[in-house]
Design a protein around this ligand. Structure first.
Ligand code: GLC
Length: 548
């Protein structure tokens, strides 16, 4: 495959608006690169690979949590939000990483987890030692139980990781945890909680980060008035008027307005992106310029490989961005979902939880098909206006590791559902850097999650040397995207059933064939294709062509 425009990426990261059409690379620090040979990825490991990210052409890095954590939920259980896990590095190490990134024109976004802390957080430990009704307990959500002797939970609220969202203490009181019991929910009605998070944002802002990814952004504000309202169904579609007792409440506006004032006091202003599972019709609220400014649009990650579904997702995303001064975002995979190379290798509509539970054997994924579609989806996504979030390993077309043994699993979903759901570890397996060596260049020690043999052929060094590799496709596509400018309004063009076709105002066109038969497109010049050939405009099944 030859690529027509391998020129260097211009520095688009200087303006205040650098994030609007940025390509952001998500790093799961424990699985990226291990610098000190303990089997755990770390901050210096990331720093040692910055040139890899420059060559990939991304604008920014989003770091999943690297804070001190007992790892009850992969680091999303934070015991000190203004420090670095000593197993991963130091604050000086983060400073050096930020400096190294900035020197290369890369921005750094860090993950903020405001809905809950770890149960090992100093505040929760103090709350446990303090009596019912104390100011220490008021930073969290403590309640007496119901039923005889208060032995029943205060309400029917459910944890995302299985079971009741309430855990009981030996003194009889209960505390709320919408995730694992080791992740007690903070009380956002308490001014001390609000002030402390501002201190945290300021701490990282002053250290030099460029923005924040806000975990469970739709969860902070809760209706805790007595009697607690019933909300037993996690899967229920949330109301469109912001009146659910637990999620997506209108009081969030006030919390994020205060954050936004802080963000705007920096120059350039800090950006933020909400992880909000609010209904698609309300996600735009988090993206307003008085709020976080941008919100994840997860619809691509749940769409099947289908032209109609992709078109609807694209239209919704662009429409939602039009409601605010923001841009939308595109996400195919992240650390919480089955990798898309594998999703696209399986029949549409399959129950992924059941498939994972069976070790990923039935049905066997069609790896070649999954990879072809993943490459086509990447090119389609990278042709769209808005920010593209790439999860580490997407650029290598890594598959989900579906056959981790039960004793290798760490995810609280596995533990809390008593093995009914396998959880997310299969998307968090460390990256293969080299094809040689026992741990494929990730570490000299046994990695915290083992790299499968299937990763060997996908290693960075191998793909680097192969002009047809997915890694080189991503590199070319990200560079072309920057040069072509994705920010214009796209217009849909005629396309046969099972294909999507659109044009940018500058003449850049993108054609994706979701169907089973090759389609001929009349082209001027081919820019880039997700499959070999296509110079004459013949787009094979499961392929995307950029042309003008
Ligand atoms: C977010 C994170 C996920 C974590 C959860 C609780 O959804 O992406 O990994 O388990 O929040 O913090």
């Amino acid at each position: 495959m030859t690529h027509t425009m391998p020129a260097p990426t211009p520095d688009r990261t200087r303006s205040d608006d650098w994030w609007r059409h940025a390509v952001v690379y998500q790093i799961y620090p424990r699985s990226f690169a291990d610098s000190d040979g303990d089997g755990l990825g770390d901050i210096d490991g990331i720093r040692s690979r910055l040139d890899y990210l420059v060559e990939l052409g991304v604008d920014a890095i989003w770091l999943s949590p690297f804070y001190p954590s007992p790892l009850a939920d992969g680091g999303y259980d934070v015991s000190d939000h203004r420090a670095v896990d000593p197993r991963l590095g130091t604050t000086d190490g983060i400073r050096a990483l930020i400096e190294g990134a900035h020197a290369r024109g890369l921005k750094i976004i860090v993950d903020i987890v405001p809905n809950h802390t770890s149960d090992q957080h100093e505040w929760f430990q103090r709350a446990l030692a303090a009596p019912a009704g104390s100011p220490e307990r008021d930073r969290y959500v403590f309640r007496d139980g119901t039923g005889p002797d208060g032995a029943e939970p205060p309400s029917d609220w459910r944890s995302h990781f299985g079971g009741s969202a309430w855990a009981r203490l030996p003194d009889g009181q209960w505390y709320l945890h919408l995730f694992a019991p080791e992740q007690p929910d903070l009380n956002w009605g308490n001014p001390e909680v609000r002030a402390d998070l501002i201190r945290t944002l300021r701490f990282w802002g002053d250290l030099g980060v460029d923005g924040f990814r806000v975990d469970v952004a739709h969860g902070l504000a809760k209706d805790l008035s007595e009697p607690l309202r019933s909300q037993p169904n996690l899967d229920r579609a949330l109301p469109l008027d912001g009146t659910d007792p637990l999620y997506d409440r209108d009081e969030l506006d006030d919390i994020y307005r205060e954050w936004r004032e802080l963000f705007d006091s920096y120059s350039p202003p800090l950006m933020a992106v909400a992880e909000s599972w609010a209904p698609p019709a309300r996600v735009w609220r988090y993206a307003r310029s008085t709020s976080l400014g941008q919100a994840f649009n997860f619809e691509l990650s749940t769409a099947a490989w289908d032209a109609g579904q992709f078109r609807a997702v694209i239209e919704n995303g662009l429409e939602s961005a039009r409601r605010t001064a923001a841009t939308t975002t595109w996400v195919l995979s992240n650390h919480d979902i089955v990798r898309h190379t594998t999703r696209y290798a399986l029949p549409a509509g399959i129950d992924l939880d059941a498939w994972l539970l069976g070790g990923g054997a039935d049905p066997a994924p069609d790896r070649a098909l999954g990879t072809a579609r993943a490459r086509a989806a990447a090119l389609l996504m990278l042709a769209l206006p808005g920010s593209v979030y790439v999860y580490q390993g997407d650029e290598l077309a890594l598959p989900e590791v579906s056959d981790l043994a039960p004793e290798q699993l760490h995810d609280p979903i596995w533990l809390r559902t008593d093995g009914a759901q396998k959880g997310r570890d299969g998307a968090r397996v460390p990256l293969p850097w080299d094809a040689t060596g026992e741990h494929l260049g990730f570490s000299t020690a046994t990695p915290w999650l083992p790299l499968p043999e299937a990763f060997r052929d996908l290693a960075v060094a191998t793909q680097d040397a192969d002009p047809e590799s997915t890694l080189n496709l991503y590199r070319a596509a990200i560079r072309c995207r920057a040069l072509l400018d994705p920010s214009g309004d796209i217009a849909w063009l005629d396309a046969p059933e099972g294909a999507l076709h659109f044009a940018h105002p500058n003449g850049w066109r993108c054609f994706t064939n979701f169907g089973d038969a090759a389609v001929s497109v009349e082209i001027g010049e081919r820019i880039l294709g997700s499959a070999p050939g296509m110079d004459a405009g013949v787009v094979p099944p499961n392929a995307t062509l950029w042309y003008r």
